[in-house]
Design a protein around this ligand. Structure first.
Ligand SMILES: [Zn+2]
Length: 550
């Protein structure tokens, strides 16, 4: 009799009326402050979980109805629980190509050096020690400067060391210069500079985006088995920070091997976070656009599962029409925007999702012009297209975005770039990105990091930045703060929508996957200055306890 009634309705009916015997839970969380981030921002006491999903949320008594002989009951001891954090823009698929030493959130240069020394002691002879961004000299409150060659040589005489600051310069020791084949005769790479002393000898500093990429490409990659192990360890690190899912934007040097390592773990059901990614191509000429359009016409997104899936196209559209956060000289060229239009038209015609990287006001206008033109022939409203970064978006532009059904992705890049942004953009940097303006516009928007090179990865740093406007190290650089509730919604429920997972992820509610994080202190009431220091004590993904990792 009941077989034609969808399961979701049955569950809802059983919860409301108690007419059916309660479904037995595998795990029940009790006595907590469960910040559900549902549509009414309900706060509950407990959660009941069966298999991968949540079956009940409510008072202790409500969830205990689902207790059976085999149910594991966890007493939260009044701790706060939030939905698993979803980063709406990260390069975590690229990151495990190396088992990096990370300076994320380290505010003392002395401590960074001690961390390097410890890593050298633990390293095998000749093993590379690298950190590819996520920090800047400005975050050190004791001495805000980088790492000269002789200092690195003293600490690491035999191991190649590369310490990359943001995406703007790399500090190398002598062993790294030698292993990378960089000497006085090496010409500057495109878009970069190998800095040399008066005698023409490399100083150990290689600067510029092209320079950073040049150095990174010389660091050897692991074999397949080691790579998969790197991914496992890396994802455990994300879980320890409370990250359970993200949108992955690809990035420099990413190729099939990066995806294969993740796919391997996903196929063994051993991937402990959910990665939703877009195909990235960076065409730089009209001929390369021809090839990309042929690829777009063949693309078949959404062939994966809720752990690892391609969701469409992004974030690069056309390289010559791409802005950079730390430059202020972007000129919109009609011939470049024609190529952008060709790509976007093809994506819309294929009915695919698109995420486009756009930062400066003039570029946002130019992209919106193109999107409005494309929309006239290939309506895009149901495709959930997104603009990522939008650091200089205006109210008028937000209105245009809303009319097109666009989502806005905002990022915490000033955490380590804030001082540089103020140098480059002057007082305008106080409103970059304009969290409050975007929130007040009513557009659907979400928070992310853009880690791992240009931002630290910890989502509590991102939440902290949106709420306080303060960099790592404490300096205030942004005046567009939002409330902590608004920031949390933007880092959970809104981002679930962005990755087409709003029926599975983003809030703690019956029917959703049991992706949640138990915190060491209360996000909603802790002093704002402590938001960045919040640590998960337990992270669960799809009903599995993934942190602490066993
Ligand atoms: Zn971007």
């Amino acid at each position: 009799m009941l077989k034609h009634i969808p399961a979701a309705i049955l569950t809802a009916a059983s919860l409301l009326s108690g007419a059916f015997a309660a479904e037995r839970a595998d795990v029940i969380l009790l006595n907590g402050k469960v910040v559900t981030v549902d549509q009414r921002f309900t706060v509950a006491q407990g959660v009941a979980i069966r298999d991968e999903r949540i079956i009940a949320v409510g008072k202790n008594a409500d969830v205990l109805e689902h207790q059976g002989p085999g149910t594991k009951v966890i007493d939260l001891k009044r701790r706060t629980v939030i939905p698993g954090l979803i980063d709406n823009h990260a390069h975590f698929i690229r990151a495990p190509e190396h088992d990096e030493l990370r300076f994320d959130g380290v505010i003392s240069r002395k401590q960074a050096l001690a961390m390097l020394a410890a890593r050298v002691r633990a390293a095998k002879p000749g093993e590379w020690i690298v950190t590819l961004g996520g920090w800047s000299e400005d975050q050190f409150t004791d001495e805000s400067r980088g790492f000269p060659l002789d200092e690195l040589d003293r600490i690491a005489p035999d191991n190649p060391v590369v310490l990359q600051a943001i995406y703007i310069r790399s500090y190398l020791n002598s062993a790294a210069l030698k292993a990378a084949g960089i000497d006085s005769t090496t010409p500057d790479p495109r878009g970069g500079k190998i800095e040399k002393d008066t005698l023409g000898k490399p100083t150990g500093v290689v600067s510029g985006g092209g320079g950073v990429a040049f150095v990174a490409a010389r660091i050897p990659l692991p074999d397949k088995e080691q790579w998969v192990e790197n991914v496992r360890k890396y994802v455990a690190g994300l879980n320890a920070m409370g990250i359970t899912a993200w949108y992955d934007a690809g990035g420099r040097g990413v190729d099939e091997r990066h995806y294969a390592a993740y796919r391997e773990l996903a196929s063994r059901s051993e991937l402990n976070a959910r990665a939703f990614w877009t195909t990235i191509r960076q065409p730089a000429t009209p001929e390369q656009v021809d090839k990309v359009i042929a690829e777009i016409q063949q693309a078949t997104p959404f062939q994966g599962n809720d752990w690892f899936d391609n969701i469409g196209w992004g974030e690069s559209v056309y390289l010559p029409a791409t802005t950079q956060l730390l430059r202020n000289d972007f000129v919109v060229k009609p011939e470049d925007m024609r190529q952008v239009q060709r790509v976007l038209h093809a994506v819309a015609e294929s009915g695919m999702f698109l995420n486009a990287h756009v930062e400066m006001e003039n570029a946002i206008d130019a992209y919106l012009d193109v999107m409005e033109a494309v929309n006239k022939v290939e309506p895009m409203k149901g495709l959930r297209w997104a603009l990522s970064h939008v650091d200089q978006v205006t109210e008028a532009q937000l209105e245009r975005m809303k009319r097109l059904g666009l989502y806005a992705g905002l990022h915490s890049r000033p955490l380590i770039q804030g001082v540089l942004m103020h140098t480059m953009h002057g007082d305008r940097a106080w409103d970059m990105p304009p969290f409050k303006r975007v929130q007040d516009s009513g557009i659907v928007w979400g928070l992310g990091s853009d880690a791992t090179a240009v931002t630290p990865s910890n989502p509590f740093y991102t939440l902290s930045f949106a709420v306080t406007g303060r960099m790592i190290g404490g300096r205030r650089v942004n005046r567009q703060s939002v409330s902590r509730e608004q920031a949390l919604i933007a880092h959970t429920r809104s981002n679930a929508f962005f990755v087409f997972q709003e029926n599975n992820l983003g809030s703690i509610a019956p029917g959703m996957y049991a992706d949640l994080v138990v915190l060491d202190r209360d996000y909603l009431t802790v002093p704002a200055a402590q938001i960045k220091d919040i640590k998960p004590v337990m992270t669960m993904v799809g009903g599995r306890i993934v942190y602490p990792y066993k």
